[in-house]
Design a protein around this ligand. Structure first.
Ligand code: KG4
Ligand code: ZN
Length: 349
């Protein structure tokens, strides 16, 4: 079975081809990503209309390249999968409509994939044993989720962000420091040269009993810290070491909360496997500290390779493939939903 996945929920236009030979792990034949980040960077964030227009312009070439790299023709595709949400509605519509049109023309089935389910499953694309029961920690630009995964389409939400997601916190703090969009990788780079202990930043909700997250207090703390360092509050007046220390402090505050809640959720769910996914999972400090924590606690840690942490279509093809294996296809009139909840997946069996 050959699955073609299309992702266009935000600012990456992506197409991937994955083959299921029936035995063992499916093979990822190609994964092509055309990023619009340089385009949106000059606005300090994603402009939805611009994203949509560029998905339309880029998709045909990305599709062509993915087919060529996989050495397959469009006529060989058995299943078309695409992101149905959450994301920017005008951006979602481009990839989603293309996948539906291709499925209709080829008289092949279509699978509407939840973007968060795609992220959550992404660590297993390259895992020799495939999908195993685990605790999933999804940390992306829009979401921070803790999910008890018993198997394919058997998910229970244990915790979520009540305000800003982890990636959003990185991005908002970076904006305050006038660092380029997206802020996560910039803060990560500077944090490597900084002292995480110099600034005492809050760890919101860390010691509360529930498994929800809150990161919005972090940007407020940085907002109040800036004028104490330079009277003008202008981040360009910070000396280089202070900037690095501030970034290290922010990164460590986010890591501490994520690790703390993950340990709590592992205890609660009794899982011995932790899989971490989403754009923030390529944070070098987070990856290092997750490894240390999991070694100490004898937890198996499964991380996607860096290329599969931020938005990609391999994760959409993989989620589509697991659904196709179960014969769980979507009607062509399935709408895109910018607020699609993972809970929707939770109900489907
Ligand atoms: O998963 P993703 O590509 O898109 C969403 O589904 O939201 O995640 C994007 C987020 C952005 O907030 C970006 O700043 C963050 O992932 N990110 C990082 C790093 N690389 C990307 N955050 C922290 N450290 C990084 N190295
Ligand atoms: Zn994403």
């Amino acid at each position: 079975m050959l699955v073609l996945g299309i992702e266009s929920s935000c600012d990456e236009t992506a197409v991937a081809l994955m083959e299921d030979t029936g035995s063992g792990q499916p093979q990822l034949l190609s994964s092509v990503i055309s990023t619009q980040i340089p385009l949106h960077r000059m606005y300090g964030g994603v402009i939805p209309e611009l994203a949509s227009r560029n998905h339309s312009a880029n998709l045909p070439a990305v599709l062509q390249e993915a087919l060529e790299k996989a050495n397959r023709s469009i006529h060989q595709v058995d299943v078309f999968a695409s992101t149905a949400g959450p994301g920017l509605v005008a951006a979602l519509l481009v990839g989603n409509t293309a996948a539906k049109a291709l499925a209709l023309a080829a008289r092949k089935p279509f699978v509407a994939v939840n973007h968060l389910e795609g992220h959550m499953l992404s660590p297993f694309i390259t895992h020799p044993a495939g999908l195993v029961p685990h605790l999933g920690l999804v940390v992306s630009g829009g979401h921070s989720l803790l999910i008890d995964v018993k198997g394919a389409s058997d998910y229970t939400l244990l915790g979520r962000s009540r305000d800003d997601a982890a990636g959003e916190a990185f991005d908002k703090v970076a904006k305050m420091l006038d660092l380029p969009y997206p802020g996560g990788p910039e803060i990560d780079k500077l944090a490597e040269k900084g002292d995480p202990e110099r600034f005492k930043l809050p760890r919101p909700m860390m010691h509360e009993d529930h498994l929800d997250f809150s990161f919005s207090g972090l940007k407020t703390a940085v907002l109040y810290t800036l004028p104490k360092l330079v009277a003008s509050g202008n981040p360009h007046e910070l000396d280089e070491q202070t900037m690095c220390d501030l970034c290290a402090g922010v990164r460590q505050a986010i890591i501490d909360v994520l690790l703390h809640k993950a340990v709590k959720a592992l205890r609660k769910s009794h899982h011995k496997v932790l899989a971490v996914s989403g754009g923030v999972s390529c944070n070098s400090g987070l990856r290092r500290q997750l490894q240390e924590m999991c070694e100490r606690r004898r937890i198996e840690l499964i991380l996607p390779p860096n290329s599969l942490t931020t938005d990609n279509a391999a994760m959409i093809a993989y989620a589509g493939l697991l659904r196709a294996r179960a014969g769980d296809f979507s009607p062509l009139d399935t709408p895109v939903d910018p607020n699609l909840k993972l809970a929707g997946v939770q109900l489907r069996k």
